[in-house]
Design a protein around this ligand. Structure first.
Ligand code: MN
Length: 291
């Protein structure tokens, strides 16, 4: 099932080029999308049949005429993979003459939950003159609370998958800071529930800036696959429904500029296009006054 949130926080199921408003069937309250989302995730097994039965009689909209929002309304944490593809490590070495260590050595880092945005929201560049890159990633949202879950059991804890952009300012500051600005984690266009993705570790992924194909990879080249990322984020650390995991980018990263459009596409998941513009308060550099 492709689960979308659209217009004024309505809950939808996408079928072909239309989206059905299933808010009533699912007991969804548009005023409290986060609470409603957590209830949906928790009760999905039970609700799934009910939604499938009722969907024929739900009002539908042309997808092109609705505004899609982040399919996860809010999150408590975003765990993200650093270098998780060998060819990305090689390109970073060529670009910056400093091969970053891979996930095998340094595991995961956190992005601010506030960086989450949707497939209709622009990417807001906060610093003029600093290289800010696109990273194409497969992301997923946790569906069940868990701790000490091994990779072999992780599949049962994943609610669904989406395309994710891990927007990154390059430089020497902490990854967490460089990747946590508002709008730096667009996800979408919807959640494809895990029952529809037999193997998340073999999905083609592409990214274009304007009309130029920049990234053309596959999750089959992940160093830690989707389930191993889950394990790394979960040993003596609790994962909760609504938590997000970003699995890392293949090679082909590059800068984005004010006025660009960025399109991400993941096989069996979907595609979305976002605009890039300067943030409301764009600066030329951040400085600190303390030590
Ligand atoms: Mn990344």
């Amino acid at each position: 099932m492709k689960i979308a949130i659209f217009n004024e926080n309505l809950l939808g199921v996408v079928i072909g080029d239309r989206v059905a408003n299933i808010s009533d069937v699912a007991g969804w309250n548009p005023v409290q999308p986060n609470e409603s989302f957590l209830q949906l995730v928790e009760n999905f097994e039970e609700l799934k049949g009910k939604i499938e039965t009722a969907i024929e009689s739900c009002p539908t909209f042309q997808l092109s005429e609705v505004k899609l929002k982040s399919p996860v309304p809010e999150t408590r944490k975003i765990w993200a993979a650093p270098v998780n593809y060998r060819n990305h490590q090689i390109e970073m070495n060529k670009l910056f003459n400093n091969a970053p260590r891979t996930i095998e050595e340094i595991k995961l880092f956190l992005k601010s939950p506030e960086s989450l945005s949707g497939p209709s929201d622009p990417i807001l560049l906060p610093i003029k003159g600093r290289r800010t890159d696109h990273e194409t990633e497969l992301g997923y949202v946790v569906g069940k609370k868990g701790k000490n879950i091994s990779a072999s059991e992780a599949k049962d804890y994943i609610f669904g998958y989406f395309a994710l952009l891990d927007i990154s300012i390059r430089g020497n500051e902490e990854r967490t800071w460089r990747k946590s600005f508002d709008s730096f984690t667009p996800i979408g266009p919807w959640i494809v529930t895990a029952d529809e993705i037999d193997n998340p570790n073999d999905l083609a992924m592409k990214l274009w800036v304007n009309d130029e194909l920049r990234q053309d990879g596959s999750t089959k080249h992940l160093i830690y696959d989707c389930y191993q990322c889950f394990e790394a984020a979960n040993q003596n650390m609790t994962l909760n429904p609504g938590d997000i995991i970003a699995t890392g980018t293949p090679e082909g990263v590059g800068p984005i500029e004010d006025g660009d459009t960025v399109r991400i596409e993941i096989e069996k998941v979907g595609a979305f296009t976002v605009n890039v513009q300067y943030a409301e308060k764009v600066v030329t550099e951040y400085s600190t006054t303390g030590k």
